[in-house]
Design a binder for this molecule. Structure first.
Ligand code: UDP
Ligand code: MG
Length: 328
């Protein structure tokens, strides 16, 4: 590492901060640091890296501590347990000192050599530099399709345009970071928040790499949970679905009633049998329960919000001086 970077990073400010959430990424950290160091030193800017250990069960924290001891420009935070990727990113943003902050994954899927292009775009006046991945060929078809579909649904429901390849690999200006830190909500969905802020932004494309070591931490169930949190954090349209369905089913009911009266008064046919009635009643009950579930989900979110519990707990710091540790 360049000596000048080490000296300046030790002070209160630096030009660029890198935030990396880490969950069982022991085998990736050395390689990531090596690549970041090479790329960042070549930019000529002063920089720091912040690793946020999101309750790893492997040796990630030991590795982070070692890296912090050997390099003054690295700091680490360790959560008391796994609180989730989004909170790890947020906790990292809280601690950053840089004029610009880059958030990226620890698994080298986000290649460090994209950062200089991000810096260039930032220096030319963009306060937010998003990235759009060009998918690796290996990605399963169902992942590509569901991701595209999800972001289309999300954008439709929330009115916030997000492209499917926009992950949490982006550069944010200091001002933007300070504004993101004002969002104190539960169910954090940074992808959505960043798109609502305004500011001049640009998107750069990059070739997404395969994970260097280990496996993805986003299992199918976690992905569904994350997707649902995103929608319910940003849109109340699902609640309005009940009104639309209510109007529609009322029309059907009125039509059926009118038909029954007409048949009784003006024909000698019997009112059609009970099977259709039972069918419609069970359909209505099914829809009703789904809608009650959706309402319950939002009420649950309100409960979590009003309880106001801490969103994450920091158990340990590494590489921090005594004054910095108070900033949770
Ligand atoms: N991660 C985290 N907490 C979690 C899950 C993931 O901090 O609960 C980190 C993980 O270590 C990685 C990044 O978030 O640095 C993205 O996770 P992953 O690569 O598993 O997701 P994928 O790229 O497969 O969508
Ligand atoms: Mg990954």
């Amino acid at each position: 590492m360049s000596k000048s970077n080490d000296q300046i990073s030790d002070q209160q400010s630096c030009r660029l901060s890198i935030v990396v959430p880490v969950f069982n990424e022991e085998e990736n950290l050395d390689k990531l640091f090596e690549e970041l160091q090479k790329t960042l030193n070549a930019t000529g800017l002063t920089w720091e890296i912040l690793f946020v250990d999101d309750g790893s069960k492997d040796g990630s924290w030991v590795k982070i501590r070692k890296l912090c001891e050997a390099n003054k420009c690295i700091r680490g935070i360790r959560f008391s347990r796994n609180f989730g990727h989004q909170y790890a990113l947020f906790a990292g943003l809280v601690q950053t000192k840089g004029d610009a902050v880059v958030t990226m994954d620890a698994d080298l899927q986000h290649p460090p050599d994209v950062i200089p292009r991000m810096i260039e775009t930032w220096e030319s006046g963009n306060k937010i530099v998003n990235s759009a991945r060009i998918e690796p060929r290996k990605l399963p078809l169902y992942k590509k399709v569901t991701s595209k579909l999800y972001y289309k649904v999300f954008s439709f429901l929330s009115g916030i345009p997000i492209e499917s390849g926009m992950a949490d690999f982006r550069l944010l200006d200091r001002k933007v970071v300070d504004h993101i830190l004002l969002f104190r909500e539960e169910g954090l969905f940074l992808r959505g928040i960043v798109q609502t802020l305004g500011y001049t932004s640009a998107t750069i494309e990059y070739q997404c790499q395969d994970r260097f070591k280990g496996v993805s931490k986003y299992t199918l169930s976690r992905m569904i949970k994350f997707a649902w949190t995103g929608i319910t954090s940003f849109s109340i349209v699902p609640l309005r679905i009940s009104i639309i369905l209510g109007i529609f089913t009322s029309f059907v009911a009125f039509y059926q009633l009118g038909d029954a009266i007409y048949v009784k008064l003006f024909t000698d046919r019997a009112v059609p049998g009970w099977a259709s009635a039972i069918g419609i009643v069970s359909l209505m009950f099914g829809i009703l329960f789904i809608l009650m579930g959706i309402i319950g989900e939002y009420i649950g979110r309100i409960l979590i919000e009003v309880r106001g519990r801490p969103r994450y707990l920091v158990q340990e710091h590494a590489g921090f001086n005594i004054f910095e540790k108070g900033r949770l």
